[in-house]
Design a binder for this molecule. Structure first.
Ligand SMILES: [Zn+2]
Ligand SMILES: [Zn+2]
Length: 244
């Protein structure tokens, strides 16, 4: 029997006895391509579409705007020169991130591969990419069991035809959790938080795509971009699954 047919039958059989439940609403997920988001919840994911901020990808919701930068980016003064997020950090999108971060949600890989099609044109426009995950401090990575940005970066490499996984950044300081800090404090907190890995091989002429799970103020991605720029990186883009 063909392997694909076999896998299809296997999943059908498993679903019959062990129905899978939606990560967002807990309803059983109907048999189909998606494994852990039901039809209702995946239709509710707010994918980011154009027009959007050219630097971070935040959508303008069709409003007439005089600037091509969103207010966040005007405050941030970004080092990176373009970016995109897949969806807004709300509803089912926020649950997707939460599962990834706190429930070791690597089982969401096949669903993410389907979701990435929503920003395929932007990703393909970037050409050859070195995909760089935002590193976690080793102590935090041990606590969590894995680095979700590293996992997202590998998913992107699997999705794109011309991308290379390049974990060339190190976290040199264990910055305290940023959730309670304001934008200025976050920027200050991130200074010198990253360094280039001593064994890293950088192709400064290629585009670097720095990958994280969520863009909140952009200060973490900006600190990574600053480190890569200091090492000679010229084309610096950012990608996150969610935009906060
Ligand atoms: Zn659902
Ligand atoms: Zn922006």
């Amino acid at each position: 029997m063909d392997r694909r047919v076999f896998n299809h039958c296997l999943r059908w059989g498993l679903d019959l006895f062990f129905p899978r439940h939606c990560i967002h609403c807990a309803a059983p997920v109907e048999f189909g391509q998606f494994a852990y988001l039901c039809a209702h919840c995946r239709a509710s994911v707010e994918y980011i579409r154009d027009p959007s901020c050219i630097t971070c990808g935040y959508p303008f919701w069709g409003q007439m705007v005089s600037s091509r930068h969103c207010p966040k980016c005007r405050d941030l003064n970004p080092i990176f020169d373009g970016g995109r997020s897949l969806f807004l950090h709300r509803g089912a999108g926020a649950t997707f991130i939460h599962s990834l971060k706190y429930q070791n949600g690597t089982f969401l890989g096949p669903d993410l591969q389907l979701m990435l099609h929503a920003c395929e044109p932007w990703l393909l426009r970037q050409g050859a990419l070195q995909v760089v995950p935002v590193p976690l401090h080793p102590r935090r990575e041990r606590e969590r069991g894995y680095n979700q940005s590293d996992w997202i970066a590998r998913q992107l490499v699997g999705f794109l035809p011309d991308a290379r996984f390049n974990p060339c950044l190190l976290r040199s300081r264990d910055t305290e959790t940023q959730t309670r800090l304001g934008a200025d404090e976050r920027r200050e907190n991130m200074k010198n938080a990253f360094a280039i890995h001593p064994k890293a091989v950088l192709d400064a002429d290629q585009t670097f795509l720095i990958v994280d799970d969520v863009l909140t103020t952009g200060s973490t991605l900006n600190a990574c971009a600053r480190t890569l720029a200091a090492a000679g990186g010229k084309q610096l883009k950012v990608f996150t699954l969610a935009h906060g």
